[in-house]
Design a protein around this ligand. Structure first.
Ligand SMILES: *[C@@H]1O[C@H](CO)[C@@H](O)[C@H](O)[C@H]1NC(C)=O
Ligand SMILES: *[C@@H]1O[C@H](CO)[C@@H](O)[C@H](O)[C@H]1NC(C)=O
Ligand SMILES: *[C@@H]1O[C@H](CO)[C@@H](O)[C@H](O)[C@H]1NC(C)=O
Ligand SMILES: *[C@@H]1O[C@H](CO)[C@@H](O)[C@H](O)[C@H]1NC(C)=O
Length: 469
């Protein structure tokens, strides 16, 4: 608090205290007179002081300020429930999942581990109904309005929307949203990974499966005009495209945050998840169209396994740390909670931060991606040894995540002498602090390896002038 505001604060307090004393005396000694107590409330001095200075500083944004508005369908619930249950915190996260129809018998009574469900209103009451290009998406879009009308929004600062196959890292979402002024109008999300998807829809829209956040003042402005906007853009196919147009017309444009992931990718996304941007991971999506996140598991189990690490430390989830062993010319790259790589050569971070293209784009085309990639290589000096997250525990005030080799690399060593092969290493243990990582900083590390089956990596703050190369 500055000296100036401290001073004003003090003098304000006195004014209010004097006012209260005066009211007390008036009420005690003149309570027979018909003084309307309301006239005291409207005393401008007291009111402005209270609003401006005497109230405690507004609480930081926490999970209770987020309202999740999820879209699903009854038919898909049995295959998607696990994705939602994996992140939903009963009685803690607030929100609803909107369905097209009542859930089937199998899900009654509705489990308390699911978000409460609501069935969307019948669209046929809309004048524009017959002209709607995509009725399913229009139904989904109106969930924002229908959620608002439930009047469950006390204290809500943000609406966060997503699908029934969206995984949210809610602590990270709180962390990222708390950096924005929720009393202003904000629309925060991310475009698609595939250039063609953005080209086809728009470069100005947050892809809805990756989820996006809109601040409450924007929700309030939107809901008044939402049906009107549906009429204006009845020919638009995609719900998230429609949303971006409605918000643009309210004067609000998308702010990008690299932590939201639509995952408009196909096949094996392990390369993508092993080189995440240094932004907190906020969401993942499209589990049904990519291979299971971990080799040897089915899709729902792989998501539950992923959440084992995320439930301990969301701030480090997928954060990439890189360190070197100079004597053997090895580079270790860790994607916390997911994978670890060993390269038999020294590589700089500038190269390793590009995802290995183990995946394919959502739509074929060149160039394919909105980010840099590097190819999958058969060169033993370029191809890493792959290790995947296995377990999490703690040891001496540190969190320990272990990564094990799921398949042999099947390659010769990079060096001709053959004595620097990383083949003997069966697992990698990563020791990280118990305190969350702050913001978008990159953590450095040291490798402790004494020629056994296990390599230990210790995460630490980077030194001021440390070069990761
Ligand atoms: C979140 O903030 C509200 C104030 O808006 C406070 O009442 C509540 O206790 C906080 N919740 C947590 C879990 O910190
Ligand atoms: C949620 O709260 C209700 C009512 O307070 C309680 O009956 C229920 O057991 C709670 N559910 C969970 C999963 O904690
Ligand atoms: C590997 O072998 C070469 C040649 O024999 C030797 O110079 C080098 O020190 C060895 N490196 C290690 C890590 O043992
Ligand atoms: C390595 O070789 C084994 C045996 O030939 C094979 O089963 C496995 O799929 C190979 N692994 C990779 C990563 O190519």
């Amino acid at each position: 608090m500055s000296y100036q505001s401290y001073y004003t604060n003090i003098s304000c307090k006195y004014v209010v205290i004097l006012g209260v004393i005066a009211i007390f005396f008036i009420l005690v000694f003149f309570n027979q007179t018909n003084i309307n107590s309301r006239s005291f409330d409207s005393n401008t001095f007291t009111v402005t002081c209270q609003e401006g200075l005497l109230q405690p500083k507004e609480a930081a944004t926490n999970l209770s300020h987020l309202m999740f508005v999820l879209a699903g369908s009854s038919r898909a619930w049995s295959s998607r429930r696990t994705y939602v249950e994996s992140w939903w915190r009963p009685n803690v996260t607030r929100g609803n999942i909107f369905l097209d129809a009542e859930p089937s018998e199998e899900f009654r009574p509705w489990s308390p581990t699911f978000p409460p469900f609501k069935v969307n209103e019948d669209l046929r009451k809309l004048k524009i109904y017959r002209k709607l290009r995509n009725r399913v998406h229009t139904r989904i879009y109106r969930s924002i309005l229908e959620n608002y009308r439930l009047k469950q929004d006390e204290g809500v600062r943000w609406y966060v929307t997503g699908d029934d196959d969206t995984l949210f890292l809610v602590d990270n979402i709180v962390d990222v949203l708390s950096k924005y002024d929720h009393t202003e109008k904000h629309y925060i999300g991310m475009y698609s990974e595939t250039i063609k998807s953005n080209f086809h829809f728009s470069f100005e829209m947050a892809f809805g499966g990756g989820g996006y956040a809109i601040s409450y003042p924007l929700v309030e402005a939107l809901v008044v005009k939402l049906d009107e906007c549906i009429e204006r853009y009845h020919y638009i196919w995609a719900v998230d495209h429609l949303q971006s147009l409605c918000l643009a017309d309210l004067g609000v444009d998308l702010v990008l945050d690299k932590g939201f992931h639509q995952i408009d990718l196909r096949g094996d996304v392990s390369g993508f998840l092993s080189s995440h941007p240094n932004a907190p991971l906020l969401s993942l999506h499209h589990f049904g169209t990519v291979a299971p996140l971990f080799p040897g598991m089915d899709r729902p189990d792989s998501v539950l396994h992923f959440m084992k690490a995320a439930n301990v430390d969301q701030s480090r989830m997928l954060q990439q740390s890189i360190c070197h062993v100079r004597v053997s010319s090895w580079t270790f790259s860790v994607s916390w909670g997911y994978s670890a790589h060993i390269y038999e050569k020294i590589f700089p971070r500038s190269y390793l931060k590009r995802p290995i293209e183990t995946f394919r784009p959502w739509r074929q085309g060149w160039p394919s991606y909105m980010f840099d990639t590097r190819p999958v290589s058969q060169d033993p000096c370029v191809a890493p040894h792959w290790f995947f997250f296995d377990s999490i525990g703690q040891e001496n005030e540190r969190v320990v995540t272990s990564y094990t080799r799921k398949f042999p690399r099947n390659m010769t060593s990079c060096s001709f002498a053959g004595n620097t092969s990383a083949d003997p290493i069966a697992s990698i243990r990563v020791l990280s602090p118990k305190t969350p990582k702050q913001g978008r900083k990159v953590e450095c590390c040291d490798v402790e390896y004494e020629g056994a089956e296990v390599a230990n990596i210790r995460l630490r703050d980077c030194r001021g002038d440390e070069i990761i190369a």
